[in-house]
Ligand binder design. Structure first.
Ligand code: SAM
Length: 244
């Protein structure tokens, strides 16, 4: 069971530490203080995960069982790699038999069993390269992609929502029947058209906010479970006419 970490100092570091006032801007100091005092950061270190984000995926899985039985996983916006670490473990992926493909435009240190593409997911070549890298039909597409921040919140949200939308269309193109799609989104940010598209293609579509996602952040995750399979164009047109 994924329990929220308590304020222990098992890493040898005490919680509640302050950063000395110096040359740092107040906002940078607050960020560093929050980071070093974050129990999930400390727990990620203890458990060997590259990022605290690991606990978001583990908590979502604990409640919604999306990892169990997954044989191939595509991880979008993967760096530094904690979701890929989990994906490689659950799929039993190895360098001899790769079952996880990860993409990020940032460099990511190698991980056993993970084929890493350093590329923009929005590059038109990315979908085919990911499918080639994962070596078969994936049953899970996970996306923690967040657009680099510009300082203008509305622009940042729109860019991340766009990534979520492109990831959703990719998932519908590539997933195996019964597969799942998980992607980062924002509270109130998911477009109605995207939700409708997902509802047509998956048995269940919900928003989830794991405890490890900071309460003050508007980050949410969109979870679409049970892919119905690719349907014929005629069926889709008929659905659209029933539900304009
Ligand atoms: C929150 S981090 C992912 C953390 C990761 N899930 C983990 O567990 O380590 C979001 C990542 O999305 C990546 N990203 C954002 N836009 C992207 C794009 N268009 N193509 C590829 N990666 C992208 C960023 O570079 C960043 O590394």
């Amino acid at each position: 069971m994924t329990k929220p970490p308590v304020g222990s100092n098992r890493t040898g570091r005490k919680l509640g530490q302050k950063v000395k006032k110096g040359k740092l801007k107040a906002s940078s100091r607050r960020w560093i203080e929050r980071h070093i005092n974050d129990p999930y950061v400390q727990r990620a270190k203890l458990e060997g995960y590259r990022a605290r984000a690991a606990f978001k995926l583990l908590e979502i899985d604990e409640k919604h069982q999306i990892l169990k039985g997954a044989r191939r996983i595509i991880d979008l916006g993967a760096a530094p790699g904690s979701w890929s670490q989990i994906a490689a473990k659950v799929t039993d992926s190895s360098d001899e038999d790769i079952r996880v493909a990860a993409i990020d435009f940032l460099e990511m240190a190698p991980l056993p069993g993970v084929k890493i593409l350093q590329l923009d997911f929005l590059d038109p070549a990315a979908p085919d390269m990911l499918m080639e890298a994962v070596g078969g039909t994936p049953d899970l597409v996970i996306s923690d992609m967040a657009a680099p921040t510009t300082g203008h919140q509305k622009t940042d949200h729109l860019r991340t929502m766009h990534l979520c939308e492109v990831a959703a269309h990719f998932a519908v193109e590539v997933l195996a029947e019964g597969g799942h799609f998980l992607a980062k989104t924002f509270q109130g940010g998911t477009e109605r058209d995207l939700l409708n598209m997902l509802k047509q293609n998956f048995r269940q579509v919900i928003h989830v906010k794991p405890a490890s996602s900071r309460a003050e952040s508007v980050e949410m995750f969109l979870l679409a479970k049970g892919f119905k399979g690719r349907r014929t164009r005629l069926e889709t047109v008929a659905d659209d006419q029933d539900d304009p």
